[in-house]
Design a binder for this molecule. Structure first.
Ligand code: TRP
Length: 349
């Protein structure tokens, strides 16, 4: 077939139709740090151009811990602002707030009818909750995996970018989708699988000498995208190091490896090379290296921090983006839900 402009358009349309659907939910639990940026955000930003992406803020899920209403709103706003500041584009991806999509709640109800208490009780994250907060084991916690399945299946998502800790939940999403298909003799739900764009995720260590960057390890272990230059300098200068290398070209202990890994993420190649050489010939001064690292982090996060500030003050834009996202999400969700209702036999009068 000749490639006339009309054909090209049709092809673009078909390609779009055949794009696989990516769904990921982000819990609204505080500010994003550099680890989140390199571990998730950078990937999401790239995915949005290649897949049919749905990224939502999981505020229903956060209700299991009963946040006060004003905190709930602030947290949702913070996530929205930071995701946009990192480069998620509401024109490319569908960015929405979970509670703006009541279709999810209805599908959750339908899936719960075929989710067995026994299998839900065996979920690791649930057992952990029982241990950690025995005073608040609500039904929402037990059915967390059903809600997550509804989030994914409502868009018939097939690729789900999540961390290792979500594998078991994802497995249950497959179970619930397959069970529905079997029970109602349909092929409504495809199987969602874990997905990372590209081959390897960059691991970002924390500043406390061991392990990865995370907020549960304490405020000073993580550099947040919204941290001020002063915050960053203070945290980096306090990062754990040692008394220096004692022989040329020696293997680096973990804390030192971490400082180099952070520099690898945010600094120029030459900068990293400069300090590698200084380490290897034992003339390194960690104070100088940390100063440089702090300045490079400040430079790296600067544009994001600025964007976070601007967007936080621009309620009108946030409102517009949230409304548009909800609208696009409902377009996708309503057809799935009506097929699910129909399959079950909810088609009265
Ligand atoms: N459970 C996920 C987490 O804790 C968040 C989440 C909720 C999610 N619904 C989802 C992730 C659907 C992917 C798809 O991180």
């Amino acid at each position: 077939m000749a490639a006339s402009p009309a054909n090209l358009n049709t092809n673009a349309y078909l390609r779009n139709l055949m794009k696989e659907t990516v769904v990921s939910g982000i819990r609204s639990t505080g500010r994003l740090h550099l680890g989140n940026f390199f571990g998730a955000m950078q990937n999401f930003v790239r995915m949005q151009h290649e897949y049919n992406c749905f990224f939502f803020i999981a505020d229903y899920h956060s209700l299991t811990t009963h946040p006060v209403p004003s905190d709930l709103h602030e947290n949702v706003k913070q996530v929205l602002v930071e995701y946009l500041a990192c480069g998620l584009n509401p024109e490319s991806a569908t960015i929405y707030i979970q509670s703006d999509l009541p279709e999810t709640a209805e599908l959750y109800l339908l899936l719960n009818m075929n989710a067995y208490v026994g299998e839900l009780e065996r979920v690791t994250s649930f057992k952990e909750k029982i241990r950690k907060q025995p005073e608040n084991i609500n039904a929402g916690l037990l059915t967390y995996p059903t809600l997550m399945a509804a989030d994914i299946l409502i868009h018939r998502g097939t690729k789900v970018p999540v961390g290792k800790d979500q594998e078991q939940h994802l497995e249950m999403s497959r179970t619930f989708g397959n069970r529905f298909n079997r029970m109602y003799r349909c092929e409504l739900f495809p199987e969602p699988v874990a997905f990372n764009f590209g081959t390897q995720l960059v691991k970002i260590p924390g500043l406390d000498g061991s392990g990865k960057m995370g907020k549960s390890e304490g405020e000073n272990n993580a550099v947040f995208l919204s941290d001020t230059p002063e915050d960053i300098r203070r945290k980096v200068m306090r990062a754990v190091t040692d008394s220096g290398p004692v022989s040329p070209n020696q293997e680096k202990p973990e804390a030192i490896k971490n400082i180099f890994a952070l520099m690898d993420a945010v600094s120029e190649k030459e900068t990293l090379k400069f300090f590698e050489e200084k380490y290897n010939d034992m003339s390194i001064r960690y104070g100088d290296m940390k100063k440089q690292l702090a300045e490079d982090m400040i430079r790296f996060t600067g544009p994001i921090r600025e964007k976070i500030g601007e967007l936080s003050r621009d309620e009108a834009t946030l409102h517009r983006i949230a409304r548009r996202g909800a609208e696009k999400a409902r377009e996708s969700a309503s057809s799935t839900l009506s097929e699910a209702r129909h399959a079950i036999g909810i088609r009265h009068f």
